[in-house]
Design a protein around this ligand. Structure first.
Ligand code: ARG
Ligand code: ZN
Length: 880
């Protein structure tokens, strides 16, 4: 094995304040598809007596001219090598002017300045977070250097009629030779990762907005002409989240314009550039014919997420990239709160916890585990992870829960008051929240520093003579790379006690003044602690970790009956779902070779009863009827056989379907089908969600009949949710009707890339050994390209990361294919390659045959010449 990582990591503990900062930057950019010239004038701030020489970041810039304080520099006055420009003789107040050339059309990394779409019709745009600005001009590319930006764009008017940059518009006009210019001034100092520009032929829709504090703002959404009609939902969502932020957090927008731009070529979901958000079209465009209900919700959530960054990220930014979760975890939390307010709290919580378990728990349990605030990194783009985002949000939620609604608002107010205009740290955040509430939150810092998911063990004992219930809680976190020892964390456990008839009991916690109430939070902050509840008349059933009050794995020896009781009686939708998930896990662990265990029977009986009752919300019922996913089941095993897990999970669902019975499933399917219009109302969405689940259960019992229904549903669907659900059932269960439906879909959406992505994904998710040949056929489809991240993900991401029984073949052909494509992708777009490579996470826990095949593929990949730092880091970490 060669050592792939030779560069030294960057460490949190080595942080130093910048010697040089930049007060203001003036950019003049002459845009062209092949060649763009960037003139930058930066006014420096620093004391040469104390400082190191001035060093600016710059990657692959063709330096045309350079001058300091009006004097052209000679070769001995500066040095530009290995991504650093060093200039001697700069002093406080000096103005450094550089002119560089970059090549947008040749840039396939989608970082820095690049071209989206074709040379003839596409447009130019930028992506700077985390370190893309250094691909545009020389600058101290670090988030703790905040400067005032003035930007002038110049371009051919016919080819680039629209010119946009962040900040407020400050004039525009005509130049000679058919060129024109537009100027923008951003009054808020910002780090360079928030800089953005867009130039090309774009259409817009707009709306006037008056902020709560009286500012008139123009909200403008831009896209290419053929999709501008699909931006209205996003514009509505934008207005909703702006109002919400005013109301919930007292935060107002702070510029005269707010631009949002959609592109099909984007590495991530979206980007919060100041005043000029740029979105992956997947998270901005929505229409009933091509978007599912889930996608509508995702658009609303991402629009809100990026907007909320204006305060949590932009006005208060991060001191360094180790603090990434300061903005991302907090903003995800705010986005989740907003989405819950707009839709449904329990459904949102279920969705978020399921996502955490599917993406973050495996990350935290394997070789890529890292703390929410990592201690070191090599390639920062590899740290935009589920841990930083999703677990980061859970930490904020825990702390917010500790402070209560009003306390959290007080804390946030103080955080903004203290740090507006600054680059802050996670300590600053916790201090502000704590100080505003006179609570010491420093114990929570350990959550940010320690990787791994804590296991919370709960054991209850009932003493009938004393009428006491003793709950013993203990915690343990397994070692993670670089962290063999773990410390105990403060774990808030929200709980209730139920009697055997399903009624909540009043809680009398020993040694506690608070006597009333049926729900409360206890905090475990030692390795182990006992909590005694008094005046308990009969052995209770504890409902623990309600609302998922901490991101831990709960281990509690519930009997199937106890879980069934919670599944049936818990008033809280989330906990009801959680009890069902636990029960399904138990059923999974105990059912073998068609022998139904008590747990399996309890799970099926309880769900069948809820199914017939018809008193539960349709969407919640759909979630209750869904067992944990294959990745979650695999997460609990040591010798993972994905094919076996798939089969076992299928048989669990088969039992459930049998218990409910064909006739009840059919009757409910028919009932749900009467609502045939693709309305966005919650009730309609809920019906579609349940209808899909019922169809998926039905196909397990009577495939022919279900296929007929699915084919009919496909043909008559009035929206994408029903259409895609039907298509997916047909394709995944190998129906004879599948090929006609696929051909129809391919043709109908030939010009709609986002819809076509779904066509690729549905097929890449066919379970089992059949998937590989399908993927190999699809990569030869003329519409397939590795150059577009959405398309590459729709096929290879779907296959490698969401289809365990397809990817993990015993012959290793899935691994070989993905390793090969990773190398190709890496040459084009290292960020996307590195992200896709995380599909190999967890390979060490596979059963031996697959494990050695995966190792072979990974080692072969690691030995290739010229891998990017991004992909090398992931591959070498995954291999260790
Ligand atoms: N800050 C963006 C967000 O809203 C993500 C940008 C990440 N970009 C990257 N190249 N890693 O979450
Ligand atoms: Zn974000």
């Amino acid at each position: 094995m060669t050592l792939v990582n030779e560069t030294a990591p960057i460490r949190l503990r080595d942080y130093r304040r910048p010697d040089w900062s930049v007060e203001a930057i003036e950019l003049e950019i002459d845009l062209g598809i092949d060649s763009t010239e960037v003139t930058s004038r930066i006014t420096l701030h620093g004391d040469p007596a104390k400082a190191e020489p001035l060093r600016l970041d710059g990657e692959e810039l063709e330096l045309l001219t350079i001058s300091l304080d009006g004097r052209a520099l000679n070769a001995e006055d500066y040095r530009y090598e290995k991504g650093v420009l060093e200039v001697s003789d700069a002093h406080g107040g000096s103005v450094l002017e550089t002119r560089v050339r970059v090549q947008p059309a040749a840039n396939t990394t989608l970082e820095g300045l690049y071209l989206s779409g074709s040379r003839e019709h596409g447009f130019l745009l930028t992506q700077c977070e985390a370190e893309g600005f250094r691909h545009i001009t020389f600058f101290p590319d670090r988030p703790d250097v905040l400067a005032r930006f003035t930007v002038t764009l110049r371009a051919d008017r016919e080819r680039f009629p629209v010119l946009l940059a962040g900040g407020n518009p400050a004039g525009s006009g005509t130049l000679a030779d058919g060129r024109h210019w537009a100027k923008f001034v951003d009054p808020h100092p910002k780090p360079c990762y928030l800089f953005a520009l867009v130039a090309g032929r774009l259409e817009n829709i707009q709306r006037d907005y008056l902020t709560a504090d009286g500012r008139e703002v123009k909200l403008v959404i831009w896209s290419e002409a053929n999709v501008i009609d699909r931006c209205h939902y996003a514009l509505d969502a934008l207005e909703r989240c702006m109002r919400w932020d005013e109301h919930k957090y007292g935060r107002n927008y702070d510029l005269d314009v707010f631009h949002v731009v959609a592109t099909h070529d984007f590495n991530m979901g979206a980007m919060e550039n100041k005043g000029l958000n740029i979105f992956n079209a997947k998270y901005l465009l929505a229409d009933p014919d091509s978007s599912t209900d889930e996608e509508y919700r995702a658009v609303e959530a991402v629009v809100a997420h990026e907007y909320f960054h204006n305060w949590t990220g932009n006005r208060v930014t991060c001191r360094d990239w180790f603090q990434l979760s300061l903005k991302e975890g907090l903003t995800v939390f705010r986005e989740q709160q907003f989405s819950a307010d707009m839709n449904s709290l329990p459904l949102k919580r279920i969705e978020d916890v399921a996502l955490l378990r599917r993406t973050q728990f495996p990350e935290d349990a394997g070789p890529l585990a890292h703390p929410v605030r990592p201690a070191e990194y090599r390639e920062i783009n590899n740290f935009y992870t589920a841990t930083v985002y999703e677990k980061g949000s859970e930490l904020v939620r825990m702390i917010a829960g500790r402070l209560g609604q009003e306390g959290f608002r007080r804390g946030m107010d103080l955080y903004f008051e203290r740090h507006d205009g600054q680059a802050a740290t996670i300590e600053h955040f916790l201090s502000a929240l704590g100080d505003a509430n006179r609570i010491d939150l420093t114990p929570y810092l350990a959550w940010y520093a320690q990787a791994g998911t804590p296991r919370l063990h709960a054991k209850g004992e009932y003493d009938s003579a004393r009428r006491e219930y003793t709950l013993t809680l203990s915690q343990q976190t397994r070692p993670t790379p670089g962290q063999p020892e773990k410390t105990p964390l403060p774990i808030p456990v929200k709980l209730s006690l139920f009697d055997r008839s399903g009624t909540m009991l009043p809680l009398h916690l020993q040694g506690d003044a608070q006597v009333d109430g049926t729900e409360r939070v206890i905090v475990l902050d030692k390795p182990s602690q006992r909590f005694v509840f008094k005046h308990v008349s009969a052995p209770p059933v504890p409902s623990l970790l309600r609302g998922f009050s901490a991101p831990v794995v709960l281990e509690c020896d519930y009997s199937p009956e106890e879980l069934a009781l919670l599944l049936t009686h818990d008033a809280d939708g989330f906990n009801r779902w959680e009890a069902g998930q636990q029960l399904a896990m138990l059923a999974f662990d105990t059912s073998h070779d068609g022998n139904d265990s008590a747990a399996c029977k309890a799970w099926c009986d309880a769900l069948a009863a809820l199914f017939t009752l018809q008193t539960i919300d349709d969407a919640l019922l759909a979630d209750l009827l869904t067992p944990p996913g294959e990745i979650e089941f695999a997460d609990r095993q040591s010798e993972v056989d994905p094919a076996k897990i798939h089969a076992q999970r299928q048989s669990l669902q088969h039992r459930l379907a049998e218990r409910i019975g064909v006739s009840d499933l059919l009757a409910r399917y028919r009932l749900l089908s009467t609502d045939s219009h693709a309305q966005l109302e919650a009730a309609s969405q809920a019906k579609r969600r349940l209808k899909r689940r019922v169809l998926e259960l039905l196909v397990l019992l009577d495939a022919d009949q279900a296929h007929e229904l699915a084919a009919k549903q496909y043909d008559s669907a009035s929206g994408m949710t029903d259409r895609l659900a039907a298509l997916s059932v047909l394709v995944r269960t190998n129906a004879t009707q599948a090929s006609a439906a696929l051909a129809h879909f391919r043709e109908r959406y030939a010009d709609n890339p986002l819809a076509l992505d779904k066509w690729f994904t549905v097929q890449a998710q066919v379970p089992g050994d059949a998937a590989l040949a399908i993927v190999q056929r699809l990569e030869n489809d003329p519409a397939f390209t590795l150059k577009n991240p959405n398309r590459a993900r729709s096929l290879f991401g779907a296959f490698a990361s969401t289809n365990p029984s397809g990817f993990h073949r015993t012959d290793g052909a899935g691994y070989a294919l993905i390793a090969e494509r990773l190398a190709q992708l890496d040459a084009l777009n290292p960020q996307i390659a590195a992200r896709l490579a995380t599909a190999f996470n967890g390979w060490q826990r596979l059963e031996p045959v697959r494990r050695s095949a995966a190792r072979l593929a990974l080692e072969g990949l690691a030995q290739r010449e010229g891998l990017s730092p991004n992909l090398s880091e992931i591959v070498s970490n995954v291999l260790q």
